[in-house]
Ligand binder design. Structure first.
Ligand code: SAM
Ligand code: SF4
Length: 351
């Protein structure tokens, strides 16, 4: 991977980018920073991590607390207003509460969120609510214990359910469930997931399986297209009402009378790339301007080589300016250019 030295002139296209906001040449503005804070996890979901033999990033190569908060500060000065901590499992990071507190108090940041497997949520829910966490997305692909053990390779369903309950009880403003659709595995549970929206203000998001695991289980017939997910929901609930949600949620609906909502995330179809407002920072401190891109720029190395905040801002602006029009174009551009860094799991990219 090539590090962009802080002293070198930037390509003209970079200099051309607006200097107060993070924008690209396709007229998108980036205000939402997703920061992976670890690549470690207590679970081993089959579409995400192998059962064993994982080379975790050594601690010294991960971003430190002050480095993460520095990147967030530089992003906020360039218009970022929403942060999401992810991983790996972000609640495994010992300084996660400090990172949330630090983000909440960063000028310009108005929303601080987590994506979590839920296992430590019960224990931390009160603290998370008290320090101002805006939202939590908890991943849960099945409500069946045996299936849970198969998909995560661990027997921890009850801990996740307890986590969801605790997040709702302490009043974290937004609680969402991330359900990866797996054909022949949990497609028969979409109705049961939808019923979780009845009495709680939870959003159930059904996500398309993506090709990011080294073993490519998505090629084994498990992939369920957004259209099939939508057709299944429409068949189960013919009277769904339209609802509103975030720019990358599709087919946002509510069952009449239910407190919560449902949405589909076309993560593989990539039909909502035109709405993309995201910047991704990997746990080892690289910017990825698209989930499907392998071109990365190391902010960690730049910081550790003495780069200034202006240097960091310049690299952030440049990386986002160069973003491809959509995830298909990013995928086609993979493995070209000097900054290619191939990653084999969502835990390394930051899901
Ligand atoms: N450990 C946390 C969790 O599971 O929520 C955060 C990290 S995880 C990588 C973030 C999200 O990515 C989860 O909702 C997970 O289901 C999703 N994910 C991981 N690999 C995926 C894949 N191959 N396709 C679709 N979603 C995936
Ligand atoms: Fe861990 Fe989340 Fe990946 Fe599952 S999806 S293995 S919980 S990081």
């Amino acid at each position: 991977m090539t590090v962009i030295p802080s002293t070198k002139a930037v390509p003209e296209s970079w200099a051309a980018s607006n200097d107060t906001m993070l924008v690209d040449r396709h007229n998108r503005t980036f205000t939402y920073m997703r920061v992976a804070v670890t690549d470690r996890c207590q679970l081993r979901c089959i579409y995400c991590m192998p059962a064993e033999g994982i080379d975790f990033t050594p601690n010294e190569r991960l971003l430190k607390s002050d480095e993460i908060l520095r990147i967030i500060g530089v992003g906020a000065a360039l218009g970022v207003n929403k942060i999401r901590f992810t991983g790996g499992e972000p609640l495994l990071r010992a300084d996660i509460l400090d990172l949330i507190r630090g983000s909440v108090s960063t000028p310009g940041i108005t929303s601080v969120n987590l994506t979590s497997n839920g296992l430590r949520v019960k224990e931390l829910a009160s603290d998370l609510a008290q320090i101002g966490l805006t939202g939590i997305n908890i991943s849960l692909d099945t409500l069946d214990e045996a299936k849970f053990a198969k998909i995560t390779r661990r027997e921890r369903l009850q801990d996740v359910l307890d986590g969801v309950k605790a997040a709702l009880e302490v009043g974290i403003p937004s609680v969402k469930l991330n359900v990866v659709a797996l054909k022949g595995f949990n497609d028969d549970e979409l109705g049961a997931f939808a019923m979780l929206t009845k009495d709680d203000p939870v959003t159930v998001r059904i996500i398309e399986l993506m090709p990011f695991d080294a073993h490519q289980i998505w090629k084994t017939g498990r992939h369920m297209h957004a259209g099939e997910i939508q057709a299944t929901l429409e068949k189960l609930f013919p009277n769904l009402e339209k609802a509103t949600g975030t720019p990358t949620e599709h087919y946002i609906t509510r069952i009449p009378g239910h407190l919560g909502k449902m949405a589909i995330i076309p993560a593989y179809t990539r039909s909502l790339c035109g709405n993309c407002d995201r910047i991704r920072i990997t746990a080892d401190g690289c910017i990825r301007n698209c989930l499907y891109s392998d071109n990365e720029y190391s902010l960690r190395d730049l910081m550790r080589e003495g780069g200034t905040d202006d240097d960091l801002g310049r690299v952030l602006r440049g990386a986002m300016w160069d973003k491809e029009v959509d995830g298909w174009a990013s995928q086609r551009a993979k493995d070209t250019g000097p900054d290619v860094h191939h990653r084999e799991s969502m835990t390394q990219i930051g899901g």
